[in-house]
Design a protein around this ligand. Structure first.
Ligand SMILES: NC(=O)c1ccc[n+]([C@@H]2O[C@H](COP(=O)([O-])OP(=O)(O)OC[C@H]3O[C@@H](n4cnc5c(N)ncnc54)[C@H](OP(=O)(O)O)[C@@H]3O)[C@@H](O)[C@H]2O)c1
Length: 263
């Protein structure tokens, strides 16, 4: 198969490109900026495409069998246009004769009022309502995100452990495996439009994860319990980021840290 990865240079996208190449697919990474040669996955093709303006899109989708969308935007106009970009991805894919589109998004994003999560929920809805064959993959927070919060705090001497908050972090490699599986055509008895939930292998309190991170990195910062106010805090304290019944990821936070400690 020829698989295009929209956002193939991002954190999750790179893992998808690696997985798809390892599975023997032809792979095209699509993003606005091209990575330096040493940062490219050997065997993948890299094309400059902007799904916000449409530049380069039609040519990039020629001959593509399946498209996996892992684009992201965190704030401002880029975030506001994220749901529109997903609509543009689906329209361009339909026009190009792409047979299946797969979206990566976040578990229960629709239940968190934060703008970033609402944008994630809106794009999932576009995929679910599309007349194309689609899969939406809902993942829990990445190990990188949780470690990033600890690392940022440690720079000022405090590793935050939000009161009443647990995470079930997952590795991007585990998520990538599901995304590439979902890019396969139907015919296995499952419907044309599917959704899959991918949770990490274990849920732990933020304090437990913080202590693991501190031990693995040798950080001298202090693990400190603190409140997380606002709607995101309420979302996390309600455990809406957890899917214990979908603990399909294999790499634990501890195992992931062992490979990357200090990175
Ligand atoms: N972070 C988490 O814990 C987590 C957990 C579960 C699910 N997710 C999902 O994972 C997705 C990917 O997150 P990530 O952290 O891997 O994102 P990321 O590292 O920020 O990567 C974003 C990618 O999108 C590309 N992109 C952005 N705007 C574009 C445009 N207009 N046209 C073409 N490409 C564009 C970027 O490349 P250029 O900037 O060069 O264009 C980059 O390749 C998120 O949307 C979220 O739904 C994240």
């Amino acid at each position: 198969m020829m698989i295009a990865v929209a956002g193939g240079t991002g954190l999750a996208g790179r893992a998808v490109v690696e997985e798809a190449v390892a599975c023997g697919h032809r792979v095209r990474s699509l993003s606005r900026h091209l990575p330096a040669a040493e940062k490219r996955v050997p065997g993948a093709e890299y094309l400059r495409v902007d799904f916000r303006t449409g530049a380069g899109v039609a040519a990039a989708l020629e001959g593509v069998d399946a498209l996996i969308e892992t684009m992201d935007a965190r704030s401002g106009a880029a975030l506001r246009s994220l749901p529109v970009m997903s609509v543009a991805v689906l329209a361009a894919a339909a026009q190009a004769g792409v047979r299946r589109c797969v979206l990566l998004t976040i578990v229960r994003a629709g239940e968190c009022p934060m703008g970033y999560y609402q944008a994630q929920a809106a794009r999932a809805l576009s995929y679910e309502k599309s007349s194309m064959a689609t899969s939406v993959v809902y993942a829990t927070q990445f190990h990188n995100l949780v470690a990033g919060v600890f690392g940022t705090g440690a720079k000022v001497g405090v590793i935050p452990a939000f009161n009443g908050v647990s995470f079930q972090p997952v590795s991007t490699a585990d998520v990538a495996r599901t995304l590439v599986e979902e890019a396969q055509p139907g015919g296995d008895g499952r419907g044309a439009s599917r959704s899959v939930i991918v949770g990490g292998p274990e849920a732990k309190t933020m304090k437990e994860l913080a202590l693991e991170w501190k031990a693995a990195t040798g950080s001298g910062a202090v693990v400190a319990a603190m409140p997380l106010p606002g709607s995101f805090g309420a979302f996390l304290r309600a455990g809406k980021n957890l899917v214990p019944e979908h603990a399909v990821g294999q790499e634990t936070f501890g195992a992931w840290l062992k490979v990357r400690a200090g990175a």
